[in-house]
Design a protein around this ligand. Sequence first.
Ligand code: FAD
Length: 400
Amino acid sequence: MTSATAVVIGASHAGVQVAVSLRQEGWTEDVILIGDESALPYHRPPLSKAYLSGKSSFEELALRSAEFYAKQRIDLLDSTVTSVDRDGRRLVLATGETLAYNKLAVCTGARPRQLAIPGTGLAGVFYLRTAVDVELIRKAAIAGGRVVIVGGGYIGLETAASLRQLGLDVTVIEAAERVLERVTAPEVSDFFTRMHRREGVDVRTGASVEAIVGDGHVREVVMSDGESLLADLVIVGIGVEPNVELAADAGLYVDDGVVIDDHAQTSDPDIVAAGDCATHEMGRYGRRIRLESVPSAGEQAKVAAATIAGKPKTITALPWFWSHQFDLKLQIAGLNTGYDEVVLNGNPTRDEDFTCYYLRSDELIAADCINRPRDFMFSKQVITQKRSVDRAELAATVTA
Ligand code: FAD
């Protein structure tokens, strides 16, 4: 062991970026990247999109090649970290071995929230977080088969689109009154419902699932109004929970996520955190937020690596996201929390491209851009620069 080993727990978007950025920041000592998925780290977003619909292979998902890690002297270790001994500065692995660290990055991500109803243990019931999950779903997803998707958020809708494209009979069950309720305006929810229904997806809102029934294998889904839906498979997409137990057990400050400051530092000066497991006070929004997105994981990871390397940077970027469903490319700039007005550019009840701008006290705070890449770029700039815009300007934006 050298005198300054940096160890990263979690080998996905955040963890890989920490390791890569450490080298870019001039860290010359050991870098050990520990992941428990037994695969070369991969892009997660295509899992519910191109990978599920069979349009890309697993090889195409790799974040970096095996040669890249070797060349950068990033040691990939296939293992699970079971505890962090901060006093002794060492990690305990599932094998019982220990590993010393000088600097540690916690990038443990998130896991699917479990559906607490009877029958979720039946064969044919899936969650979708990992490549292995998708491989199992693909084996079970036979054209003409019936799938019930529980949850009308991004993952549920993307999964619905991909499986519909594979020729399955798809039903989406959403407990809220509209899909994407937590993240978009009613106009955007209605648009996605319309597009999914047009493609033959049975979208049911204000509906909840009471039990999954079958004889070893799922056979039907029982709704709370008593209706039963026949199902060959069920996919649950009702959100995620951060993997914070390791950090919490080690005594780090955790509150719905590992709490980090503007430099991605945790309550321990030798430990940083980044990605879906981390929560950060965002000056722009005046509160702590745990983001679940690749761009945020990447930015926090770059800042975390800089902190380890002693060249502190600050987390500042505007959050942004994307989602692909059928031929629809949604790009989201900013967070719309607390919006008090919506300005539409285009007609979501008729068109397949439009932008929904979100304003709070006359300021543009977020935009959902559907098949409108130029509106997305425009919105990112305006929101970042806090430029004032008038409604007429928004309604008249030049579009792609
Ligand atoms: P994760 O990707 O969750 O990775 C954490 C890793 O740490 C995992 O490999 C986990 O197994 C490992 N780990 C955890 N604990 C331990 C331990 N104790 N020891 C060793 N290893 C451990 N975001 C977007 O921006 N756009 C999208 O279109 C989009 N689509 C998505 C589609 C799907 C199906 C999913 C599941 C997510 C999607 N996301 C999308 C979200 C995005 O993938 C996450 O924000 C991103 O993966 C976060 O990266 P992360 O490295 O923080 O965490």
